[in-house]
Design a protein around this ligand. Structure first.
Ligand SMILES: Nc1nc2c(ncn2[C@@H]2O[C@H](COP(=O)(O)OP(=O)(O)OP(=O)(O)O)[C@@H](O)[C@H]2O)c(=O)[nH]1
Ligand SMILES: [Mg+2]
Length: 298
């Protein structure tokens, strides 16, 4: 029987740190994407699939589009973000209320190449003292592009998200489901486990170090309701290894504990997690090392 619901892809794009991943988690009603206060937290294109009744929205979370091009990782991130706009039915572009940066202008350029409808989400409105302060900003930003709609939203407290989602649904074509009803992402539990470890590293470690780190899952197996996970944390230099491990191993231990708890929630079973820190010199600026570590062009 033909499905008469709306189905399709929606790319969530924007500069780093505007709240793309937080928004996707809120829309899905569960934590799929990792988030942090630091820009460039998301490194991979990732699908979050929401099926409700006859409708299926396939959201695409993307790395923030930015201007730093100085190493292979930065170039990979921009490539992953901009190619995510291809083949989607709608683009949801996020900016932060009252903010307009050079990177937002850079996103505007990337969006201008697209032919699909663009919805603008003005995020973090919960930080505003009142709605009036947004009016001149709204007027200015509306003149920058022919948006199909503009929604002031809060990815954090959910303000205006039902209205946004209803509008997105109506923008999608009538189509059969693209994914099985019960599927909610295209990524494996193994991949998501590596992301959870990376999130804890991003949240716990200072300034630049998280950008020099990547995580690889060396072993992942489940036996009698217990999942064994071995994670490798790759850093660029020996001195960084010491910081990740911390005094008497305390930093690594607490990162492991936090990650394990999230993994147990995600997998709904007990997890035995072991973490090792290893050095791979200059991996961030080495195309081959990046590919080996899972940063392959999709
Ligand atoms: N006050 C407020 N903070 C928010 C909102 N949405 C996201 N944030 C915060 O903004 C920071 C960045 O959020 P992310 O979801 O990681 O941003 P992102 O756009 O995915 O960032 P990248 O993955 O680095 O491109 C986090 O500290 C979030 O808690 C919001 O609506 N209100
Ligand atoms: Mg993100």
């Amino acid at each position: 029987m033909l499905n008469e619901g709306h189905c399709g892809y929606v790319a969530i794009i924007g500069r780093p740190n505007v709240g793309k991943s937080t928004l996707l988690n809120h829309l899905l009603g569960q934590k799929l994407c990792i988030t942090s206060r630091k820009p460039q937290t998301t490194r991979h294109r990732l699908l979050g699939i929401k099926t409700e009744g006859k409708n299926q929205i396939v959201y695409v979370d993307t790395p923030g589009i930015h201007q730093r091009q100085h190493n292979a990782m930065n170039r990979y991130l921009n490539r992953a973000a901009t190619t995510s706009m291809e083949g989607v039915e709608v683009i949801l572009w996020l900016v932060e209320a009252l903010q307009w940066t050079e990177e937002d202008s850079h996103v505007l350029k990337a969006v201008s190449h697209s032919t699909v409808p663009v919805i603008l989400g003005i995020n973090k409105v919960d930080k505003l003292p009142n709605k009036q302060v947004l009016l001149p900003y709204l007027e200015d930003i509306a003149s920058k592009y022919d948006f199909v709609h503009i929604f002031p939203i809060s990815a954090l407290n959910g303000q205006n998200l039902p209205e946004l989602e209803t509008f997105i649904t109506q923008c999608l074509p009538i189509n059969d489901f693209l994914f099985p009803e019960e599927q909610f992402t295209d990524r494996s539990e193994r991949f998501l486990s590596a992301e959870i470890i990376r999130e804890k590293l991003f949240r716990r470690l200072g300034a630049e170090l998280p950008y020099r780190i990547t995580v690889e899952i060396e072993h992942f197996s489940t036996h009698k309701k217990l999942t064994h996970i071995n994670g490798l944390i790759w850093v660029e230099r020996d001195s960084q290894k010491g910081i990740v491990i911390g005094k008497e191993g305390k930093m690594l231990k607490s990162i492991g504990e936090e990650a394990r708890k999230d993994m147990e929630t995600m997998l709904d079973c007990k997890v035995f997690l072991e973490l090792w820190v290893k050095v791979k010199k200059g991996w961030c600026d080495n195309e081959r090392a990046l590919q080996q570590l899972g940063y392959a062009s999709e």
